[in-house]
Ligand binder design. Structure first.
Ligand SMILES: Nc1ncnc2c1ncn2[C@@H]1O[C@H](COP(=O)(O)OP(=O)(O)OP(=O)(O)O)[C@@H](O)[C@H]1O
Ligand SMILES: [Mg+2]
Length: 274
């Protein structure tokens, strides 16, 4: 079912046979994978916020939760108990309150805490099916939230989904930037464009005077990005409201970092069009 007509990479692709299967019912214009190599740095949170900002701009947006064993997107959007419409043509993704389409393993399990105890090949197969068997329809942007690491799933995503570009997420520790470098290395080996890095939990804002407190030193994010060898797309502070709203399943209501997100999304779009 290799169908180049509905492939987001069709205009820039020079491979004769890339082996990517595209569902003819889907016309997805851009695919952004959010990756890190490291766990718990904010990939799912930032995937959701990027999706919300793009949705706010009037685009049709979906999130493919590629973290099969640790799905968190439905929780962030408060949609864990949604049921999916499954037809002969495929699976229809669920829709969040503001209309972001979501496909996640947690929408298929009976209850949120149910563990998915699968070996690698089965997990990779599910990720592939989230691309081929889900009816995304016409989407301007599909965000792929990756699990931590550089293992089976990121490999499957890079091989089986025509990713337009990868956004890396880092936090200001040396160990994290070292691990992010591995993820960058993997993307380069797989010939997938790396758009840049977002440094999350980069600083805190003083609740009394709103002053930016750069716990890790001035321009630390820029230095870290240089070390990793990619562009800095932006920095985000450690923010208690973000954590609380995410925990409550109301990430869509988070409006505090609007300006930061606007400029990050502008950068992402710029880099994708280059
Ligand atoms: N900027 C931030 N400010 C405050 N809390 C944050 C921020 N970013 C993420 N968090 C919190 O940190 C935790 C981990 O975030 P998240 O689940 O997005 O990370 P992840 O990289 O997707 O993790 P995993 O590797 O397990 O998939 C969550 O509780 C989230 O609410
Ligand atoms: Mg996650």
């Amino acid at each position: 079912m290799a169908n180049c007509d509905s492939c987001p990479s069709k205009d820039g692709c020079n491979k004769d046979s890339c082996m990517v299967e595209n569902n003819p019912l889907n016309q997805v214009k851009n695919i952004i994978a959010v990756m890190s190599g490291k766990g718990g740095v904010g990939k799912s949170t930032i995937s959701s916020l990027i999706a919300c900002e793009l949705k706010n701009r009037g685009y049709k947006v979906g999130i493919l939760d590629a973290d099969i064993t640790g799905s968190s997107i439905p929780r962030l959007f408060g949609m864990s108990n949604r049921t999916l419409e499954i037809t002969e043509d495929g699976i229809y993704p669920a829709q969040s309150v503001t209309g972001v389409y979501v496909m996640s393993m947690n929408l298929l399990t009976e209850y949120e805490e149910q563990a998915v105890v699968w070996r690698g090949p089965l997990i990779a197969g599910a990720v592939k099916q989230f691309w081929t068997d889900v009816i995304w329809g016409d989407l301007d942007y599909l965000i792929v939230d990756m699990p931590p690491g550089t293992g089976d799933v990121p490999l499957t995503v890079m091989q089986s989904i025509p990713v337009t570009g990868i956004v890396m997420i880092s936090t200001p520790q040396n160990l994290v930037s070292m691990i992010v470098s591995k993820a960058v290395d993997m993307a380069r080996k797989m010939n997938v464009k790396v758009l840049g890095v977002i440094e999350n939990m980069s600083y805190i804002t003083c609740p009394e005077c709103n002053k930016k407190i750069e716990v890790f030193g001035e321009n630390a994010a820029q230095r870290a990005a240089q070390k990793i060898g990619i562009d800095l797309l932006g920095e985000l502070p450690l923010d208690n409201d973000l954590m609380e709203l995410s925990d409550e399943g109301r990430v869509e209501l988070f409006g505090k970092m609007k300006e930061d997100f606007k400029s990050i999304v502008d950068e992402i779009i710029n880099k994708m069009n280059k």
